[in-house]
Design a protein around this ligand. Structure first.
Ligand code: SF4
Length: 363
């Protein structure tokens, strides 16, 4: 009997049940713990950035860290309800991965849902059991070699919810359908199909294989979404599997936005506002050369009768920060204008607070 295809609130498509890890991810409630960039697979479509690809670096969300304990801090800042451990291949640094799983479960309790991605090249029964014992909930295998598909059985035996996650590479439809039939026999809990995406590091490889950018998108590969939907429709008729198609727009427009908003809500200071995109917007005041930042700060504080919460000195960026309304007022002050550069800026609510836009107010 043909099953129904339904749409999630993130506008991804599902036949059957949506994996728990994906539910929390769509809501932006999961921290992304990039545990290492090391990986032996070297896929031609690997999207990792130059900074991460095949390097032993750790990131908790966008924050580069050196100790796993710092990931706990990041999870607290964004009030994470779960964590997705990714890489690279987390199994290459198994002791680190186990430590992270244990720390997260100890700190946030059993209900903190943890899923982990691996290409399964290095997956063994012992490793799966170790991860389960540490507290792992869900295993997502991204099989590079056909034989690794069968490792779903290893995850299931270790009592981990186990599924497969693959990109929809145009031209591989029949191969993927055959894989789905095998997965049904293996009783895989789910299969996630992602829209294939261009990144700065894989663009040349994708182009060499004749793949093109989809019209109107800056990352999605032409034909990938159509192929994924055909597979989903086929799976609805021919299998009992839980299949989820995750479009690239979900990552940027829903998952990332929700995660940024969550972090912004926790870190925004009184003078900062949060935009619909999850960015922080505020006024900044830069002082022209040789004038003391403290003197200008005190002058503005007194002249506009502001509280110390309404205006602050950002020492590391050598500037004064305030609300948009105050910045607009100060920009109208001809005397101050001569010695100041005033802007409205938008920045990511990440550790580095990367600036995205800067609009000048002063002349
Ligand atoms: S398995 Fe993942 S991290 Fe490793 S090369 Fe392939 S896409 Fe990149």
């Amino acid at each position: 009997m043909e099953r129904e295809i339904w749409e999630t609130k993130g506008k991804s498509l599902v036949v059957g049940k949506l994996p728990t890890g994906c539910q929390l991810c769509i809501d932006g409630k999961k921290m992304v713990l990039f545990i290492t960039g090391l990986c032996t697979a070297k896929c031609f479509y690997c999207p990792l950035s130059e900074k991460r690809r095949w390097k032993d670096v750790i990131y908790a969300n966008e924050r580069k860290i050196t100790k796993i304990e710092e990931a706990i801090e990041e999870a607290k800042i964004m009030k994470a309800e779960g964590t997705g451990i990714t890489g690279g291949d987390p199994l290459i640094v198994l002791p680190r991965t186990i430590k992270a799983i244990k720390l997260l479960k100890n700190e946030f309790g059993e209900e903190h849902h943890i899923h982990l991605y691996t290409n399964a090249i290095h997956l063994t029964r012992e490793k799966a059991i170790k991860m389960k014992k540490a507290g792992l909930d869900e295993l997502r295998i991204h099989p590079i070699r056909t034989r690794d598909i069968y490792k779903v059985a290893i995850g299931k035996k270790a009592k981990l919810t186990t599924g497969i996650e693959i990109p929809a590479i145009p031209g591989r439809e029949e191969e993927i359908k055959r894989m789905l039939k095998k997965l049904e026999k293996l009783k895989a809990d789910f299969i996630n199909i992602n829209e294939l995406e261009f990144s700065s590091t894989n663009a040349l490889n994708l182009k060499m294989r004749g793949l093109k950018l989809k019209d109107g998108s800056i990352t999605a590969v032409e034909g990938s979404e159509e192929e994924a939907i055909r597979i989903l429709e086929w799976a609805a008729k021919n299998t009992n599997l839980n299949v989820h198609y995750c479009p690239s727009r979900l990552k940027d427009q829903v998952q990332l936005k929700n995660r940024l908003k969550r972090r912004a809500l926790q870190i925004a200071l009184k003078h900062e506002k949060i935009t619909d995109e999850g960015l922080i917007i505020k006024g900044i005041i830069e002082v022209k050369e040789k004038i003391s930042l403290n003197d200008v700060y005190n002058k503005i504080l007194n002249k506009y009768k502001l509280s110390e919460e309404e205006i602050i000195i950002n020492k590391s960026k050598r500037r004064i920060e305030t609300s948009i309304e105050t910045a607009v007022k100060i920009a109208k002050d001809k005397k101050l204008n001569k010695i100041l550069n005033i802007f409205i800026i938008e920045e990511y609510p990440t550790d580095q607070r990367l600036e995205v836009t800067r609009t000048p107010l002063s002349k």
